[in-house]
Design a protein around this ligand. Structure first.
Ligand SMILES: [Mn+2]
Length: 442
């Protein structure tokens, strides 16, 4: 993505600030007479005439001399017979958009420089993900590694969870040849710099993790912590969107592999731009799309579900009930955690349902809940935090959230730990929370 060199010819009276802004985008030549304008060498990308300088004769001479160059008159006035090849542009409008865009890019580029400086001295960098790495987190890690001009020797992408099992994620890692390491907490001290993407330090709960240098995430800020570089953008649908903006601002070449990963990251986190997506996500998606390998993406998305799991899926769906517009599913004991969000996604499609709550028990030790809603009701993330923050880790976005609660805490809270009791308890607290009048919900 090499930017071609732009050359601008300004003729007439212009503010120096405006010329300064254009000079960031290319070379600016500023003259005050037609003779000067006609004696320039080389070609221009654009010729901009100031309103009072414009006459049909002058513009004709310019058009003859620079036949390849568009002429813009900074004038919103109507002309009876505008000469061909001259565009009268509401220049102030065009300019304000340009200026905003320039400012945004310049600001983001400065952020990238800050970020690079934070990790510049590190011999061994760790890009750490949450315990259940999903496409958004994996793509963001790849993007960060590219942005920091590092490779798999100088920047490890790791997580503290189990081996990855969700078929689509396994396919993504295999087909895009991404090296992801399952680490133990003790190994964290092997690195002299750590960056978190798609997760924040507070997610790791009471676990002792070393000092974190960088946090880049789109989940709402949870708790307080220190980091040299923090970019928390809860308005974005995916961390991949934040990293795509960084790569664009820094004019980094995005390989097909990286574009495909980022596109998939945005796609899964926003359910193809349907959930919690904002214009930035759409823009990043549109930008990445032409450079992505769509055939490969289809292979990732079509990842096979093991036949043994069809049975779990069927059994799980059998144990469902609907109350107050909430679709509940007790998935029961499962080996593969990804079945729970999968079933929750399915539940929100049921007619008349506004909420979907799927839950199951993993490893005989934890109750996992996956919550979805239709988007125009209370925030799912806030709701699960309010319900479970005292007894487990809980959080998420407006329409998708998750909670992980140790079974010991469940027993302490409700006195019992059987599935019958858990079902009753969750039905009660969710119907109450969902139907309760919202005090301050945004
Ligand atoms: Mn994410």
């Amino acid at each position: 993505m090499n930017k071609e060199l732009k050359r601008y010819l300004f003729i007439g009276e212009f503010d120096s600030l405006l010329l300064g802004l254009f000079s960031k985008r290319g070379e600016v030549i500023w003259v005050s007479s037609l003779d000067e304008a006609l004696t320039q060498t080389g070609n221009f990308s654009l010729i901009i005439l100031e309103n009072s300088f414009f006459t049909p004769t002058r513009s004709k001479k310019l058009a003859d001399h620079y036949p390849q160059t568009p002429l813009i008159v900074s004038n919103g006035d109507e002309h009876d017979e505008p000469p061909p090849s001259v565009r009268f542009v509401a220049f102030h409008k065009l300019l304000s958009e340009q200026i905003e865009r320039e400012e945004r890019l310049a600001k983001t580029e400065l952020r990238v420089e800050e970020l690079r400086a934070v990790h510049a001295g590190a011999k061994k960098l760790l890009i750490l993900l949450h315990d259940h790495p999903d496409p958004d987190s994996i793509a963001s890690a790849l993007a960060l590694r590219t942005l920091l001009k590092r490779n798999k020797q100088t920047a490890i992408i790791g997580h503290l969870g189990e081996q990855i099992s969700r078929p689509e994620n396994v396919a993504m890692i295999e087909l895009l040849e991404i090296d992801l390491e399952a680490l133990t907490p003790a190994q964290l001290t092997d690195f002299d710099s750590i960056a978190l993407v798609d997760v924040q330090p507070t997610f790791f709960g009471g676990m002792q993790i070393p000092e974190i240098d960088t946090v880049i995430d789109h989940h709402p800020l949870v708790g307080s912590y220190d980091a040299k570089f923090k970019e928390i953008r809860a308005e974005e649908g995916a961390t991949s969107t934040i990293l795509t903006k960084y790569l664009r601002a820094a004019q980094v070449d995005i390989s097909e592999r990286l574009a495909t990963a980022l596109l998939y990251g945005i796609k899964t986190d926003t359910i193809t731009l349907n959930r919690d997506a904002n214009p930035d996500d759409v823009e990043a998606f549109t930008f990445l799309y032409p450079d992505s390998n769509l055939a490969l993406l289809r292979r990732i998305e079509r990842a096979e579900v093991p036949p043994s799991e069809m049975k779990s899926l069927g059994q799980a769906l059998a144990d469902h009930w609907i109350k107050e517009g909430i679709f509940f599913v007790n998935v029961g004991r499962v080996d593969r955690e990804y079945l729970i969000p999968k079933i929750s996604d399915f539940g929100i499609q049921v007619k008349g349902v506004e909420w979907s709550v799927a839950f199951g028990i993993i490893g005989k030790s934890h109750l996992i809940l996956s919550v979805r809603n239709v988007g125009y009701v209370k925030s799912a993330g806030r709701l699960v935090r309010e319900l479970f923050k005292e007894i487990g880790s809980a959080g998420g976005h407006r329409s998708a959230a998750k909670a992980v609660i140790p079974l010991s805490k469940v027993r302490k809270t409700i006195g019992k730990g059987s599935q019958v009791h858990i079902k009753k308890w969750l039905t009660e607290i969710f119907t109450k929370a969902v139907t309760e009048k919202a005090e301050d919900d945004s």
